[in-house]
Write a protein that binds this ligand. Structure first.
Ligand code: ADP
Length: 265
């Protein structure tokens, strides 16, 4: 609590009493703490690749100066790290953009069927190159929602990339769309898209925190895969902006289903 005490006077010479003002500042404190944590996390996340790059520059100038094979390898690693920093900055910008827009409802009519086929078209060649399969399943026909096409594309790109990264391994990743009725806090007709993988799944312990910024189940694995730890935070904010829901269910050893439920237009 923040307590403010103010004298209450009727005339300039006499106190008539004091006004005690109690203000619950838990939310302000929490917001401040979150902001501080966020800045600390961003600094740490950006410093990790930067430290690696600086280390390799030193090696290239010193011990590896005359070793062409080592030079090529180190330059490759430096390039990967620089690209990861770049992706992280892009993701941070996307996140701050959607956060700023969260109260503004997007207005375009978007056909999710087009969005899903666009996502599959852009990821399929890369998936097949690494021995993964990607399929669209479910009802045909248009799947209209009111939204922002670029942001909805980003949602399904992030979820499908994750499904391929953490759950592919030769087992097909499926995007299944259906028209159904909302349940719980989502009333009325909705469109539901399940992004299904048959990977290692996620321990239920992690599920509540999965959409937090920089939260990863396995930091090394995420980094090795070029992840930024921001993908699901972006997904959650975009889905919120569309008044939708993100539901995650997963069974360790069996795979995961990330479901996006959006009101149909
Ligand atoms: P990252 O860039 O690390 O992939 P995300 O925010 O997209 O960040 O995901 C957060 C974490 O959630 C990942 O590091 C991974 O541990 C876990 N995760 C996300 N999708 C899946 C999935 N389909 N199967 C298993 N784990 C997943």
């Amino acid at each position: 609590f923040r307590v403010t005490i103010r004298p209450v006077t009727k005339s300039t010479v006499r106190y008539d009493g004091v006004l005690l003002h109690f203000q619950d500042i838990t939310h302000l404190r929490e917001a401040e703490e979150m902001r501080r944590d966020f800045v600390a996390n961003v600094s740490h996340e950006l410093r990790t690749p930067l430290t690696a790059i600086l280390g390799f520059i030193e090696t290239l100038r010193g011990p590896a100066r005359n070793d062409a094979v080592a030079q090529e390898r180190f330059l490759g690693i430096m390039e990967d790290e620089a690209r990861r920093m770049n992706r992280m900055i892009q993701d941070l910008l996307s996140l701050s953009r959607v956060e700023g827009q969260e109260r503004m409802r997007p207005q375009e009519t978007v056909d999710l069927a087009d969005v899903l086929s666009g996502v599959v078209a852009s990821l399929k060649p890369g998936a097949e190159e690494t021995g993964n399969q990607l399929q669209i399943d479910g009802e045909g026909g248009p799947l209209p929602v009111t939204g922002d096409a670029d942001q909805l594309t980003q949602v399904f790109l992030n979820l499908t990339e994750n499904a391929l990264k953490y759950g592919g391994g030769g087992r097909p990743v499926i995007l299944r769309a259906s028209r159904t009725m909302g349940t719980g806090t989502m009333k009325g007709p909705v469109i539901r898209v399940d992004v299904i993988d048959r990977g290692d799944g996620i321990d239920p312990l992690h599920l509540p925190r999965l959409t937090e910024r920089f939260y990863r189940v396995d930091t090394h694995r995420s980094r090795d895969m070029g992840g930024t730890g921001l993908g699901l935070a972006i997904v959650k904010h975009i889905v919120n902006r569309h008044r939708g829901r993100l539901r995650i269910s997963s069974e360790p050893g069996q795979g995961s289903v990330f479901s996006v439920i959006l009101p149909t237009s």
